[in-house]
Design a binder for this molecule. Structure first.
Ligand code: TTP
Ligand code: CA
Ligand code: CA
Length: 557
């Protein structure tokens, strides 16, 4: 076996925390009488009782699975409580779940670098907190160890589930005859147990965690003992863990690469990769992938926890399976308007709450053609610069759709316009906003930002066809993805809706187009909002002018 590399001596402490049956817990908090009962959250639709998207652990005991429809779940568990996902604009409204996830993030982020990885999970880099604990109050010096920490599952610890399991864990946590890394890991386990209890107290939600020396191992183990438990991965346990881990269980090996490893190299577990040299893996899969495979076989992963508390993009989507496919341009326009409205609301919330603006609008669709030999052709995703304002987002998204449809249909002669059946169908639609950057705080920079972004208030309306671009599909399913907050960079010059920096002149499109409607509306014309409309302080020097539904950040000179 090749020599260990520096990363394998990684002494970071990384936790991956994942909420248990998350949507169910959110619904049970809303309706406490559902607690302890077999419960599932169902996606809104009439067919066979809707699709289950989250299943409580009580229901799982009866064999209820996420892949089932509501009717099937009732067959295997007649007493199951089915709760509908909230619906707005005729589609699932996930805001309650997003906000509940944010509550959890705000608690976890207090203790270390925090990366929100999905709606219900985060990575935490707890190295500094663990170092501080080891220095100030190492576990062996504590009078008592928290009961939750004693319930940890420590991989490789003998008698893990036996009578004296807690005693074994206590001994492991309090060992003073071990190396620095393992002592830090013990501190990490105590810190995570405490954090999980804080989350429970503040939000009423339980979560599970993996605590290891890197992100990969933490993620692999957070779901190993669910619900409401944590798993600790000492370095000495890694080999056994990976030796028995089926290739396809690794997130990145679930697809073609995993299949090739199985079929071409005959490798069925991650540990099975150990028999190949790095050179051999590189020859076969390229330099980067080869090295990555060589590393993961040894439990090595240098990926950093990023500071990512907010989504990288916002999206709103809906699928129209089977007979519900959209077959007319009128119905597509109706749904684009709904999706655009939701997207606009979230963008405005992000601007008010987090002072961030998105710069790219993308439309994705899935489609089929009735009379087509080229049936594998995909509906092309299209992007353009994003203009704020519900009507503008709706208009631009619709133009993107039409451009995509023209390309998709090509010369096969099917109709685009009209309200009758046109020979095509749309089975999914989504609009998303990406390239989100922070609006720099401070009077001068805000001024510069808006001038730099939107230099000409009187410039003519943009013509979407001139800037429509092909767009690569977003990394997420189109609803939300999480990423680092980037600072504002110089952007292309395009038009900003209705913005007048001096707060004096507003273009006439304002009535149609609400740029971030405010909960408080001025009755007649101008109202000066001096109180801060968000829970976070605004950058100094910025006030909000409100005109009908228009809220304009403006600068006091
Ligand atoms: P998960 O973390 O995958 O699952 P979970 O939290 O329901 O259950 P577990 O205890 O096993 O972690 O997903 C988080 C939420 O995301 C889930 O509650 C509902 C939603 N979700 C969907 O809407 N569709 C999906 O296909 C999946 C996987 C999740
Ligand atoms: Ca979860
Ligand atoms: Ca999850």
């Amino acid at each position: 076996m090749p020599l260990a590399r520096p990363e394998s001596l990684d002494s970071r402490i990384i936790a991956h925390i994942d909420m248990d049956c998350f949507y169910v817990q959110v619904e049970q908090r809303k309706q406490p009488h559902l607690r302890g009962l077999p419960t599932a959250v169902v996606q809104y639709n009439e067919w066979k009782g809707g699709a289950l998207i989250a299943v409580s652990y009580e229901a799982r005991k009866f064999g209820v699975k996420r892949s089932m429809r509501g009717d099937e779940a009732k067959q295997v568990c007649p007493q199951i409580q089915l709760v509908q996902v909230p619906v707005a604009r005729g589609k699932a409204d996930l805001n309650a779940y997003r906000n509940a996830g944010s509550e959890v993030v705000s608690i976890l982020a207090r203790k270390g670098r925090c990366e929100r990885a999905s709606i219900d999970e985060v990575y935490l880099d707890l190295t500094d907190s663990a170092e501080a604990m080891l220095k100030e109050s190492p576990p062996h010096s504590l009078e008592s160890i928290d009961a939750e920490a004693l319930k940890s599952h420590v991989l490789g610890l003998k008698n893990e589930n036996g009578h004296d399991a807690k005693e074994k864990v206590r001994e492991w946590l309090c060992r003073s005859d071990t190396d620095h890394r393992e002592k830090l890991l013990a501190c990490g386990a105590i810190i995570v147990a405490e954090l999980r209890m804080q989350v429970l107290k503040a939000t009423e939600f339980t979560c599970s965690a993996g605590i290891a020396h890197n992100k990969m191992l933490a993620k692999l183990t957070s779901g190993m003992n669910k619900p409401a438990q944590q798993t600790v991965v000492p370095f000495s346990s890694v080999k056994a863990l990976l030796d028995s881990l089926p290739i396809k269980k690794m997130k990145q090996l679930g697809g073609k690469l995993g299949t090739s490893l199985q079929n071409d190299l005959g490798v069925n577990t991650v540990g099975g990769l150990l028999q190949f040299s790095e050179e051999k893996l590189q020859d076969r899969y390229g330099i980067n992938t080869g090295t990555w495979l060589w590393n993961i076989a040894r439990g090595i992963n240098g990926e950093e926890v990023q500071v990512r508390l907010l989504p990288k993009s916002h999206g709103s989507g809906k699928s129209f399976p089977g007979p519900r496919a959209l077959k007319t341009i009128v119905s597509v326009q109706h749904w684009i308007n709904q999706l655009g409205d939701e997207l606009s609301e979230r963008l405005c919330f992000d601007l008010e709450q987090n002072k961030r603006m998105a710069h790219t609008l993308t439309l994705h669709a899935s489609a089929y053609k009735l009379s087509d030999s080229d049936s594998h052709k995909k509906f092309p995703s299209k992007s353009c610069p994003l203009r704020y304002g519900t009507a503008k987002i709706q208009e631009d998204a619709f133009n993107l759709f039409q451009a995509g449809l023209r390309e998709y249909l090509g010369s096969c002669g099917v109709k685009i316009q009209g309200s009758n059946h046109n020979g095509w169908g749309i089975t999914a639609l989504s609009v998303s906003a990406s390239k989100i950057v922070a609006v720099p705080s401070g009077t001068c920079s805000i001024m510069k930002y808006f001038q730099g972004q939107y230099p000409s208030h009187s410039s003519s309306k943009q013509t979407p066809d001139t800037f429509i671009q092909e767009s690569a599909p977003l990394s997420s399913s189109g609803t939300e993805s999480y990423s680092e907050l980037k600072s504002a960079e110089p952007q292309s010059d395009y038009n900003f809706p209705c913005l007048d920096l001096q707060g004096q002149k507003i273009s006439e499109s304002r009535d149609k187009d609400s740029f971030c409607s405010s909960p408080k509306q001025a009755k007649d014309g101008f109202a000066l909002e001096t109180s801060q409309p968000t829970s976070q302080p605004l950058p100094s020097g910025v006030i909000f002018f409100m005109l009908e539904q228009l809220v304009i950040p403006a600068v006091i000179f």
